[in-house]
Design a protein around this ligand. Structure first.
Ligand code: GAL
Length: 813
């Protein structure tokens, strides 16, 4: 009523202004798209996005991660939604702690960034079971990710649950929230291609179901060439420059630019050079791409038993721009930040016109975006070995191999993807506590007995029995040996052969470990085959079958088995080979220590622990416990598990994940030159060493003192070799090149003055530069931490940095 009166009293001109304002407001809350870009609030945007999966870090880490993403030039944070974390049993939802999705999204909003919410609910992501709750597999008549009613009903229910939560919290952009787009399914195209008609029907259904939820913001489907309108199909991969969406009026979007790759137990640790990553982005943008998401921007940790695979490591560092511990991975983070600044300077031209192309020479390409009032150019050299000089608008530009220079005014090269202006940082794990006071408790292998309740004359599939409540399932049987057996006299023990669908197996004969075998990511199946010491009379065979994460990808991955499925045979008896598979087997789910909750202080009192000279060493099935105080400061913490084999670790009752330093990284590592097409096999580290040695302990899980640390060791290890370490920057390095384009050149855009290239070195908060280890003006060789003088070296190279370091910190040379 009141506003009406006010309006009536307004002079006519103001009335129109008010109307206009109202109209502008209506446009403000909208996300649409056209062939150039996502259009936010009526404006086409070049959007830089990064994946941070909320349960792979802690709520205490989120604000800092988000801030670092913002400082790195991101506009959007992308995350999957993890169904099995949110609905651990049907209809029982969990949205607390690391699974507090609403809190995570609100923090992103508070930082002024947008969200791309990938609801899935299939997510892949190297996450246990690809994000599906294990109970879903046991819904009668279900088949995952196809035209199947029980599956579609469950998927719709969960998707609706998430969308209505987001709506209730006003988190969609049209409600004033940060979510500017969502995703349904994940990389379904290749599955549809394999399964045909039901796959096609499912795609149509999924798209329609999602669009029907009326979120007000666009939906995307990645790797889905036939994504039905209005859903946008997008690209995933190491490179996406040649991708085109399925309709002319959809923008060219890259939902997963893999910043590195995941680590598997038994695999080397992948690294992707920052130069190549930046090159891939510049190449995509010059070809008309307007949305790039880094998968991962922060990879984090697969805490508890959340890693999939099987055999995905606990660390999900991914060589992402922010490392597993939340520290900047330099030069990658800084190089991308510089790239983003350069791209943003080009934004007005990029969103206005399509580029014109020219080819000044072999392997050379120029993309020019010439709009009214704006001009941007990308000069590219695709040659993997040779530098090139390109003349553009009568100016000569030097281009290193496999690189792109960005000219936001069509004149000034402010950035080249192969020239690192950002510093490199060498990180170091420093031991802070090597003297844990351990106590041990040795768990006896389970063996069959009269009161076993779970028995069968058959071998059972493991997940069907455990429902993934634990990694462990005992398969137990008896073997009677007659006094007449030939091997008793000749000493040639019979050979026990056990075939298992995976993933790892400890074989115990009469309580003694006879061997441990395990599969790998490419081949989870395993076979134990060895002579076993049997005695006359009754023998107890106990097989501990161990799951190492459920599969997250592959056709019908939900049907893949785990556990001892046979054959199980004993060869070398008088009768020849005895088939054990059909005899009586007893089953026991989980370990005794799990049932007793030895990972908690209260549970631990239920058994007798020993210490000192009695401390168990190199013994399988051993629980270790100790307490420790939290080191001062803020440096991230980890456990160095180098002396251990395989198992799990808990701090204050919470699982920090599976440890498996006993699985050594196979394969070749070799040199890593940035130029040339990257694959996850190309630049790897850790060959011949444990795939994962360090295990992140979030600081927020600790108390100042009396932290309760429990390790369960399956194989046998040396607990005194475990240490608490903290992670910090050890050295920082920077390269500068004569004639190097730098972002400082941006000032040229306004002032017309040339800047000399500068190296800018900085230490993280609380740290100081204490020493100059290496300086060379000339042709130095090597990488950060490993430099040496080259064929040309000025003997006064140290003068300038030393002079500056006395004056400043951080300092600029
Ligand atoms: C993609 C998938 C992601 C992740 C990635 C590999 O195909 O969409 O979820 O699994 O591969 O890290």
């Amino acid at each position: 009523m009141r506003s009406r009166v006010l309006m009536e009293n307004l002079p006519k001109a103001s009335f129109y202004t008010l109307l206009l304002l109202l109209w502008v407001c209506a446009v403000t809350a909208s996300v649409t798209y056209d062939h150039k870009a996502i259009v936010v609030n009526g404006q086409r945007r070049i959007l830089i996005s990064g994946s941070i999966h909320y349960p792979r870090s802690t709520p205490q880490m989120w604000p800092d991660l988000i801030q670092k993403a913002k400082d790195g030039g991101l506009d959007v944070i992308q995350t999957y939604v993890f169904w099995n974390g949110h609905e651990p049993s049907p209809g029982k939802y969990y949205f607390e702690d690391r699974y507090d999705l609403v809190k995570f999204i609100k923090l992103v909003q508070q930082a002024g960034l947008n969200v791309h919410l990938r609801i899935g609910p299939y997510v892949c992501a190297e996450w246990n079971f690809g994000g599906f709750p294990v109970w879903l597999k046991y819904v009668p008549g279900i088949a995952f990710r196809t035209d199947n009613e029980p599956f579609k009903a469950a998927m719709q229910k969960f998707t609706e649950k998430i969308v209505s939560m987001m709506k209730a919290e006003k988190l969609f952009q049209t409600q004033g929230g940060p979510i500017i787009m969502s995703q349904i399914e994940n990389e379904y195209g290749p599955v549809e291609w394999e399964i045909g008609a039901p796959g096609k029907a499912y795609t149509q259904w999924a798209a329609q179901m999602a669009v029907g939820l009326d979120t007000g913001v666009p939906w995307i489907m990645c790797k889905q060439e036939d994504a039905p309108d209005p859903v946008i199909d997008t690209c995933n991969g190491f490179y996406c420059e040649n991708f085109t969406p399925n309709k002319k009026y959809k923008p060219k979007m890259w939902t997963e630019n893999w910043t590195g790759w995941y680590t598997e137990f038994g695999g080397a640790v992948p690294r992707r050079p920052a130069e190549d990553l930046a090159f891939s982005v510049a190449r995509f943008v010059q070809n008309g791409g307007s949305f790039v998401n880094y998968y991962m921007y922060h990879g984090g940790t697969n805490f508890e038993r959340t890693s999939g695979g099987p055999f995905i490591a606990t660390s999900y560092d991914y060589d992402a721009p922010i490392d597993e511990y939340g520290l900047l991975n330099e030069p990658k983070w800084g190089h991308l930040r510089d790239l983003h600044k350069a791209i943003k300077l080009c934004e007005p031209a990029l969103v206005s016109v399509d580029p014109t192309l020219s080819w000044p020479g072999n392997n050379l390409e120029i993309h020019e975006f010439k709009a009214s009032g704006a001009c941007a150019a990308f000069l590219a050299n695709y040659d993997t070995a040779s530098s090139a000089t390109v003349t553009f608008r009568n100016v000569k530009y030097d281009l290193p191999p496999w690189s792109i220079s960005i000219l936001p005014d069509c004149k000034t090269a402010v950035f080249n993807t192969a020239r690192l202006g950002a510093q490199s940082s060498l990180m170091k794990m420093t031991a802070v506590n090597t003297a844990f006071d351990w106590q041990s408790y040795n768990e006896e292998p389970a063996s069959s007995n009269e009161d076993d309740s779970l028995t069968a004359y058959a071998l059972w599939e493991q997940i069907n029995i455990t429902r993934d409540s634990t990694d462990y399932l005992w398969y137990m049987t008896d073997v009677n040996i007659d006094a007449n057996e030939g091997f008793i006299k000749n000493g040639q023990f019979p050979v026990l052969t056990v075939m298992s669908a995976g993933h790892a197996l400890n074989v115990f004969i009469n309580g003694q470990l006879s061997g441990s075998v395990y599969g790998g990511l490419d081949f989870p199946k395993l076979t134990f085959s060895d002579s076993v010491k049997l005695r006359v009379g009754n023998n107890k065979i106990s097989l501990l079958s161990i799951a190492v994460g459920l599969p997250n990808v592959g056709l019908h991955f939900e049907t893949w088995n785990a556990g001892v499925l046979g054959p199980v045979t004993l060869k070398g008896l008088n009768e020849g080979t005895r088939d054990l598979a059909k005899q009586k087997w007893s089953y026991k789910i989980g370990l005794k220590g799990e049932a007793l909750n030895l990972n908690t202080v209260s549970g631990s009192t239920s058994v007798e622990w020993v210490q000192g000279s009695l401390l168990a060493k190199k013994q399988p099935l051993t629980w270790y416990k100790t307490t420790f105080s939290t080191p001062a400061g803020n440096d991230p913490l980890a456990l160095d598990m180098i002396s251990m084999g395989k198992g799990q670790v808990w701090i204050n009752g919470r699982s920090i994940g599976r440890h498996w330093p006993g699985y050594i990284a196979h394969g070749g590592c070799g040199d890593c030159y940035y130029a040339g097409t990257y694959t996850d096999k190309k630049c790897r580290t850790n060959c011949g060493e444990p795939s994962q040695r360090w295990y992140h302990i979030p600081r927020s899980w600790l108390n100042p003192s009396g932290n309760y640390l429990v390790v369960f060791e399956e194989w046998g290890g040396e607990p005194t070799g475990i240490s608490l370490v903290q992670r910090a920057t050890e050295s920082v390095c920077a390269d500068i090149y004569e004639g190097q384009p730098t972002l400082k050149n941006r000032q040229m855009l306004e002032s017309g003055k040339v800047n000399r290239p500068k190296a800018h070195l900085w230490c993280p908060p609380g740290k100081k530069i204490s020493q100059i280890k290496f300086a060379s003006y000339g042709l130095p060789q090597g990488t950060c931490g490993n430099f040496k003088e080259g064929s040309c070296h000025a003997h006064k190279s140290y003068d300038a940095p030393q002079k500056v370091s006395r004056l400043l910190d951080p300092f600029t040379i």
